[in-house]
Ligand binder design. Structure first.
Ligand code: ATP
Length: 214
């Protein structure tokens, strides 16, 4: 069993997220890919919407593709979780014989040494690093060593249950949740940047509307 994990605030989920998920699913011949909406610290609660709405939108988006599943474990906790906690919880549930692939963008990967207990991540999962053609971030020395020791040259060589790093080139889609929120806040349409069902949900529930003064 090979399971991909894509975390995010998904505020709201859009085709940039979904396209990445589908590409990784195919490139690594995954059995399933789990979208994991994250809880946010209170200071990030603005200007997006509630965890419940974010989760509902992720469910609507995943419903269109049977290879995508939604895992709400981070929202069921009473505080934001470290990624390492989420991986430990998945390992406790799924056992040691499942191959886990934690998907991160190149920029997130470059900041890895600041993550809580980051050295433990590869003991729990493989890392899939999504590269963009235009990336310009320098890799910290410690990560250069890690890449040299743990990278596989081809996705087909990613056979370990944990501990490997797979770099995948990715089709860049210039879509961000920030941009979608700003379109909605100024009464412009984000149509074709996100699934129709998610846009319907946003409209039905009046999410991300213009800020009103009271
Ligand atoms: P925001 O604009 O609110 O910061 P976002 O659109 O960047 O949100 P997140 O929920 O923060 O979305 O991202 C979750 C994951 O999806 C991250 O790993 C992020 O790098 C990735 N991601 C976001 N946008 C895209 C995109 N257009 N193409 C590919 N991956 C993306």
């Amino acid at each position: 069993m090979r399971i991909g994990l894509l975390g995010g605030t998904f505020d709201p989920i859009h085709f940039g997220h979904l396209r990445s998920a589908v590409e990784v699913h195919e490139a690594l011949a995954l059995d399933e890919l789990r979208l994991i909406p994250s809880a946010r610290p209170p200071h990030r609660e603005q200007p997006g919407c509630s965890a419940e709405h974010r989760l509902n939108m992720v469910r609507l988006a995943a419903g269109v593709d049977s290879g995508l599943l939604v895992d709400d474990r981070e929202l069921r906790r009473d505080k934001p979780s470290w990624t390492v906690d989420t991986l430990e919880s998945l390992r406790a549930e799924l056992g040691p014989e499942v191959a886990l692939f934690l998907i991160v963008g190149w920029d997130a990967f470059c900041g890895l040494p600041s993550w809580h207990r980051w050295e433990c991540l590869l003991e729990l999962a493989n890392l899939v690093v999504l590269q963009r053609p235009d990336y310009d971030l320098d890799v910290p020395e410690v990560l250069k060593d890690l890449l040299a020791a743990r990278s596989v040259a081809e996705p087909a060589q990613a056979k370990a249950l944990h501990g490997q790093i797979v770099c995948l080139a990715q089709t860049p889609l210039a879509i961000s949740a920030t941009h979608i929120r700003s379109l909605l806040a100024s009464h412009r349409s984000p149509r074709f940047l996100l699934p129709e069902a998610v846009l319907d949900y946003i409209e039905t529930n009046g999410l991300y509307g213009p800020v009103t003064e009271d």
